[in-house]
Design a protein around this ligand. Structure first.
Ligand SMILES: Nc1nc2c(c(=O)[nH]1)N[C@H]1C(S)=C(S)[C@@H](COP(=O)(O)OP(=O)(O)OC[C@H]3O[C@@H](n4cnc5c(=O)[nH]c(N)nc54)[C@H](O)[C@@H]3O)O[C@H]1N2
Ligand SMILES: Nc1nc2c(c(=O)[nH]1)N[C@H]1C(S)=C(S)[C@@H](COP(=O)(O)OP(=O)(O)OC[C@H]3O[C@@H](n4cnc5c(=O)[nH]c(N)nc54)[C@H](O)[C@@H]3O)O[C@H]1N2
Ligand code: SF4
Ligand SMILES: [Mo]
Length: 666
């Protein structure tokens, strides 16, 4: 029996492998034996015929790929890097990479090639939360654990569909509900999560700042602040209070689309429950003001001292299994390494540690900027940007201008593979080992369960091959992932709040490790005066607006049994019932107005592109709002590329579209 962890979502469930099947690990603290359909079927996804098994190459994307060798493909890549200015080289990584892969890619790019153009799909996912945590606390730190729900009285789930996206955590929420936890769900769709809510608030998209500001206003008006906590730990209180004297309450409430009665019902729950957790995901982060939405929510916890206390706090729910680990090693273009920024002192420390003089002096391009930036070499690993970036028609045009696009993937059929020149076969989950950090700072260890397929390599090995070919043999001479983890542990000593050095591979095989617990105990903030910052933020209405031509707002999101583009989950599997891959939820009243019937084949059109889908009529979505699942690979032909100005995260959930009926199937 080998113990490992699931590689899908940020919950990080423990599982056991007994030669042929996977079961939940009953002794694992996170999931106590439970798994969802994705975790259970991890094995099926490594045995599929759609695996990428050989390196492939072509000169031009109009030609078919030809099978090649590792030696030849790595030579082409390193020759191109050598003959290109370092600022024209970019690495596009993923929150699904293991920490060891992430560490090595960052070391190669920033440390030796000398480019800070290293970013990740987490830019499209968690960057608003990262920026907000840093602005508020001075550090990217999640101050709540999942288990806290058992000590809490009220859980506010806002823009998060845990029933489909964090399934095992959702089951634990249900368990806590049986013990008395009250639940509020704030979402423009009545999701599966809303089914367990004591109060469901169908907020209008993009108005969460107004909602949180209404709460702040009431806290201030009714004198519910925790003044002891504020005096000791919080900056800008008086400033915020003055600003709130003049906010337009009626206008804010009107914008949310909620009634006075709905808000009052919420307010009673808020006021009468001492311990409160608010948890959020893409409904807040993927927004033109994603950072501000996060800050408006964090304000509430700081004002009431509902943080750093059991059963309380603002809990950002990380989506991918190791988006957190990527943040810890520093594999984003806006950070250097191990939570350090591009300041002089940090550059010096990191240069000494890696024994290099090549470090870039400033931040690089984000994932959402790379294609616009005249890049010569783009190395994409464990993610599918053509599928996931907004405004796909533009993305397709831009990626074709990049002279060398390299894709490292474990499967053949990504959308990006249509635009790459080289495909390198990676060993997927189960054929490699390494660590990942889940959504509440818990470091877990994946184990290798079967041999690596003959011509596949672990992601870190690919980066090491490129590094060695560029001449950095001494610095990239790792025998296995444990050796990388140990170097990374040494590096975390440069920033001691990252106390990963206290664990080891041997210990992680037995139990997970939670970093940063001292920060929690000591109520530590990392701003210059060690106090958390309140921020006054307002809804600036920056998102794309509907109009007569495009009268609907498009939302996109998860379904329980599919993982994004579906390379691992859209496989024939027995015993599992799926939602269809392609559907479009439309409110019944809207459907009537536009003459659309249930199951009609429809075209959804935006100013940027279009896709086809099947109409699913429902009362569960707000009027003039439609929903398409992320398993529809064409979704980003519709979305707009407005970015949050600080986090540069896309505003995926707020694109104006119209619907046309193609064909009635009835
Ligand atoms: N089964 C499955 N699970 C997954 C994934 C997967 O692909 N499949 N992906 C993982 C990843 S990477 C991520 S990031 C997470 C995402 O986890 P979630 O964010 O929980 O998943 P989404 O389905 O994107 O849900 C976002 C919710 O926000 C709502 N929303 C949209 N706009 C607004 C708004 O303006 N305000 C409010 N309050 N709500 C709004 C949407 O209606 C939707 O219900 O899931 C992770 N888990
Ligand atoms: N419209 C819209 N767009 C979105 C979102 C949305 O909600 N709406 N969500 C955004 C978010 S939050 C996210 S996280 C992204 C997700 O978008 P992506 O990251 O592009 O989606 P995935 O399908 O998870 O892509 C993972 C890729 O890694 C490959 N892979 C699997 N295992 C391995 C391995 O071991 N090694 C390597 N090298 N490759 C492997 C898979 O085959 C797949 O091609 O999408 C973003 N885009
Ligand atoms: S909840 Fe997440 S980590 Fe747990 S089994 Fe499901 S996909 Fe895997
Ligand atoms: Mo994500």
């Amino acid at each position: 029996m080998i113990k490992s962890v699931c590689g899908y979502c940020g919950v990080g469930c423990g599982l056991e492998f007994d030669t042929e099947k996977l079961i939940g690990d009953v002794a694992y603290p996170i999931n106590e034996g439970k798994l969802c359909s994705k975790g259970v079927s991890e094995l099926i996804s490594i045995q599929t015929s759609t695996r990428l098994l050989r390196p492939k190459i072509r000169n031009d994307i109009s030609e078919p790929y030809e099978i090649s060798t590792w030696e030849d493909t790595i030579n082409v890549i390193s020759d191109k890097i050598k003959n290109t200015h370092k600022d024209k080289v970019a690495f596009y990584l993923s929150g699904q990479l293991l920490t060891e892969d992430y560490y090595l890619a960052n070391k190669l790019a920033k440390g030796f090639i000398g480019t800070s153009n290293v970013d990740t799909n987490s830019r499209t996912c968690m960057s608003s939360a990262i920026v907000a945590y840093k602005k508020a606390f001075g550090i990217d730190y999640v101050p709540v654990r999942m288990d806290d729900i058992f000590d809490s009285n009220l859980l506010i789930l806002v823009g998060a569909n845990t029933a489909e996206a964090h399934v095992v955590f959702h089951n634990r929420i249900k368990k806590a509900k049986k013990n008395g936890l009250k639940i509020v769900v704030i979402d423009p769709r009545f999701t599966d999560t809303a089914k367990i809510a004591d109060l469901y608030l169908p907020i209008k998209t993009g108005t969460d700042i107004d909602f949180f500001n209404l709460i702040t206003k009431r806290i201030l008006d009714e004198g519910l602040e925790d003044m002891d906590f504020i005096d000791k730990y919080v900056n800008n209180y008086q400033l915020l209070k003055n600003k709130f004297k003049r906010v337009a309450v009626t206008k804010m409430l009107k914008r949310t689309g909620l009634s006075k009665e709905q808000f009052e019902e919420f307010w009673l729950l808020f006021k009468n429950n001492p311990n409160i957790i608010s948890a959020w995901t893409m409904g807040l982060n993927q927004s033109s003001q994603g950072v501000d939405k996060n800050l408006a929510l964090i304000n509430i916890h700081l004002l009431t001292g509902k943080i750093f206390k059991e059963g309380n706090g603002p809990l950002s729910l990380t989506g991918q299994p190791n988006a957190m680990g990527g943040r810890e090693v520093g594999a984003l273009s806006t950070m250097l390494a191990v939570h350090m920024d591009f300041d002089k002192e940090s550059i010096e420390k990191v240069s000494n540690f890696w024994d290099t003089t090549n470090l870039p002096k400033e931040e690089g391009l984000t994932a959402t900027q790379m294609l616009d930036a005249d890049i010569d070499v783009l190395i994409i690993c464990h993610t599918d940007p053509v599928y996931h970036l907004p405004n796909r028609n533009k993305v397709e045009k831009l990626i074709q201008k990049v002279p060398l696009v390299v894709e490292i993937n474990a499967y053949e059929s990504s959308e990006t593979s249509k635009f790459s020149h080289i495909q390198l076969p990676a060993a997927p989950w189960g054929e490699k080992e390494g660590t990942q950090t889940n959504l509440d700072r818990t470091i877990t260890k994946q184990e290798q369960l079967s041999r690596t397929s003959i011509d596949c390599k672990k992601d870190w090995e690919v980066f090491q091959l490129i590094a060695q070919n560029l001449g950095y043999r001494k610095q990239f001479n790792f025998k296995n992932s444990q050796a990388i983890f140990e170097e990374y542990q040494e590096m975390t000593k440069l920033n001691p709040h990252l106390n990963m050095y206290e664990t080891s591979y041997a210990k992680l095989r037995v139990e997970p490790f939670i970093w940063g617990e001292e920060i929690y105990k000591n109520k530590q903030f990392f701003t210059p005066n060690k106090k958390a910052n309140l921020h006054f933020v307002q809804n600036k209405l920056l998102s794309e607006k509907t109009n007569l031509k495009y009268p609907f707002i498009l939302l996109t999101g998860r379904t329980r049994d599919q993982w994004h583009s579906g390379t691992k989950t859209n496989l024939p599997r027995t015993l599992l019932t799926f939602k269809p891959l392609n559907f479009c939820e439309i409110n019944k009243k809207d459907a009537k107005e536009f003459g659309i019937l249930h199951n009609d084949k429809i075209k959804v059109i935006s100013a940027r592109g279009e896709l086809t889908s099947i109409a699913l009529l429902t009362d569960n979505i707000k009027e003039k709002t439609i929903f398409i699942p992320v398993s529809n690979r064409d979704m980003n032909y519709l979305t707009n590329d407005t970015l949050d100005k600080e986090s540069l995260q896309p505003d995926y959930n707020h694109s104006a579209v119209r619907i046309e009926r193609i064909l009635s199937l009835i």
